[in-house]
Design a protein around this ligand. Structure first.
Ligand code: 4AD
Length: 570
């Protein structure tokens, strides 16, 4: 028996225990086939002259004499299968050839269409009424009128050769625009990409019964112009970032991410929220101040200070404008600011940013109870302001459909009782022990308590050692201070505030105990020297407030370009 392909062997023993290999066989004794079909397939071009042998029995080191011809029925069966396979692969090859020919034809037709499209120039019909340039959110006032809208191609759908849907975004709201016939035939139309800017002319029409579109109307386009073309293919916006992209890509491409439906809605809600804070404070007679961010004093502990060289001296980015606000009260009455604060927070959590927007107030001649009421009134006043405005209400409904204004009064709970609550609910410290009076309550147990109670909690009277140097001891209980945090379900602490020490000697001692040089705070000490007055205030993290009302997982989604360890771009 020769070892070339003129004699193929299918190797099977009587007990049907099959050996050989169809993958590595060559038809020799050393490398026999496993199945007759494979042997036939390998001998396709000389099937009629080849002889197909099968091993008589399983023997090691088979000799040619151990093989016998394949039984005619087995050969017939294998040949039938082989012919069927042959037919199938012929058909497959034919289909493939047809497909590639049709693809080529289509490609050529497309190329021709694109080439022809270059000569199509759209001209506005002079008999049409002039189109007024409007913002899309005004379209409801221009139904059945001819208008011009300009913006970005937010979504796009091409239906056949003569029909295109564009969802146009102009920063206000979105508009569905319909382009037909010649408008779809230009080079610009055939190569239009997402995020390109366009100027569309047409008539605003209510959508037909049974159809829906943003605002209940659509633009029937009669003329359009391309303003700025966005790249396609690998540079296309959808290839740069998507909802499934890794968070690091999402943060790096945030300038594009913010164009998305939800992220732009959060930024809009943020703008309305800032306005609502200003409206609220204006309505209660507080004046806005804008204190400096470059400072040489710390407010909330040295461990989170960002320092920087300042003309040969050391300066910091402010942690809080509180001390400056306090200095404004004798000059301007009650004040507030909405400014950036900075914290070199080492940990990367859902609720910490290195730079955050801090809404702070300071009020004179108030009691601690007044301060608690002011916090509650501010939060509820701002929420009312937002829900009373149809645009901000709609944004909140879009982002957080189940949002309801918090019921009043807020629960008031002393720190001491929170420690008892945690122990009663078997919440342990990190070291596995029960919480004790004097312990700082970390984020996770605080969240557990707030989420379980599921109402806003004004948590008050924290022990002095775990709070800031400027907080006065509570009369009648010197273990604690007139201090407060507002805790919100799903977010945790959104407000921190307190009364302030207003006695000169107490203040001096407070600086000394905190290891701070009172000379650096000479201007602050003058507050309790030149007309001391009872006062207090609070700071509210705008991103945390927004995470609460818009139901975002992290505060990083609630500011334009979040800053946190490892990210200072874009
Ligand atoms: O509790 P904090 O540290 O209080 C102060 O800064 C006071 N000086 C404020 C005052 O009385 N004028 O911060 C107040 C609030 C916190 O409740 C939180 O909402 C927010 O500021 N905040 C942060 N938000 C995001 N990232 C951070 N790293 C934050 N640190 C504080």
């Amino acid at each position: 028996m020769s070892s070339d392909l003129s004699q193929k062997m299918g190797e099977m023993d009587i007990s049907k225990k099959v050996t050989g290999s169809d993958e590595s066989a060559d038809g020799s004794i050393a490398k026999p086939f496993k199945t007759p079909l494979a042997a036939l397939t390998a001998s396709a071009s000389f099937i009629d002259t080849a002889s197909f042998l099968i091993k008589k029995a399983q023997v090691a080191d088979a000799e040619p004499t151990d093989y016998q011809p394949l039984a005619p029925t087995a050969f017939k069966k294998a040949k039938k299968a082989f012919e069927l396979n042959l037919k199938k692969s012929k058909k497959h090859a034919e289909t493939q050839a047809k497909e590639s020919a049709s693809n080529l034809a289509k490609q050529q037709e497309e190329e021709k269409r694109i080439e022809n499209s270059k000569s199509i120039v759209l001209v506005q019909d002079p008999s049409l009424p002039p189109a007024k340039f409007i913002k899309i959110n005004d379209a409801v006032n221009y139904r059945d009128q001819r208008v011009n809208v300009r913006g970005w191609v937010h979504r796009m759908r091409v239906q056949g050769k003569d029909f295109m849907f564009i969802v146009l975004r102009d920063g206000t709201v979105n508009l569905q625009c319909i382009m037909t016939d010649r408008l779809c035939h230009t080079y610009e139309a055939l190569t239009l990409t997402l995020e390109s800017t366009v100027s569309l002319f047409g008539t605003i029409k209510t959508v037909p019964e049974g159809k829906s579109a943003p605002g209940g109307h659509e633009l029937i386009v009669d003329h359009w112009e391309l303003v700025g073309k966005a790249p396609g293919d690998s540079e296309a916006v959808s290839n740069k970032v998507s909802a499934d992209s890794d968070p690091s890509i999402q943060y790096a491409q945030r300038h594009l991410v913010i164009r998305g439906d939800n992220q732009s809605a959060v930024l809009k809600a943020r703008s309305y929220t800032l306005r609502a804070f200003r409206n609220h404070f204006h309505s209660i007679g507080y004046l806005e101040v804008t204190p400096p961010c470059l400072v040489q004093t710390m407010v909330e502990g040295g461990s989170t200070l960002f320092s920087l060289p300042y003309y040969g001296e050391e300066a910091y980015l402010t942690q809080s404008s509180q001390l400056y606000l306090e200095s404004c009260v004798p000059a301007m009455g009650n004040v507030y600011t909405i400014s950036e604060s900075y914290r070199a927070e080492k940990s990367n959590t859902r609720r910490h940013l290195s730079e955050f927007t801090h809404c702070e107030i300071e009020a004179g001649f108030i009691s601690f109870e007044d301060l608690l009421d002011t916090i509650e009134n501010t939060v509820c006043g701002v929420v009312d302001n937002l829900l009373n405005d149809p645009v901000s209400r709609q944004l909140i409904e879009q982002l957080n459909p189940t949002f309801k204004s918090p019921s009043r009064p807020f629960m008031r709970m002393k720190y001491e009782d929170a420690i008892i609550w945690l122990n009663e609910h078997n919440v342990k410290r990190e070291d596995g022990n029960d919480f004790e009076f004097g312990d700082d309550i970390p984020e996770s147990p605080e969240r557990f308590m707030t989420d379980t109670i599921n109402r806003p909690i004004l948590l008050t009277h924290f022990p002095g050692p775990i709070k800031s140097f400027y907080m006065p001891k509570t009369k009648g209980d010197p273990r604690v201070t007139d201090s407060v945090d507002l805790l919100m379900p799903n977010v945790g602490e959104i407000v921190g505030g307190s009364m302030r020490i207003d006695n000169y000697d107490d203040m001096l001692n407070a600086f000394k105990s905190a290891g701070l040089d009172p000379d650096n705070y000479y201007w602050y000490l003058d507050l309790s020297k030149y007309g001391a007055f009872p006062h207090g205030g609070f700071g509210l993290g705008v991103e945390r407030f927004l995470a609460w009302i818009t139901d975002r997982y992290t505060v990083k989604e609630c500011c334009l370009y979040p800053r946190f360890p490892g990210r200072c771009q874009p």
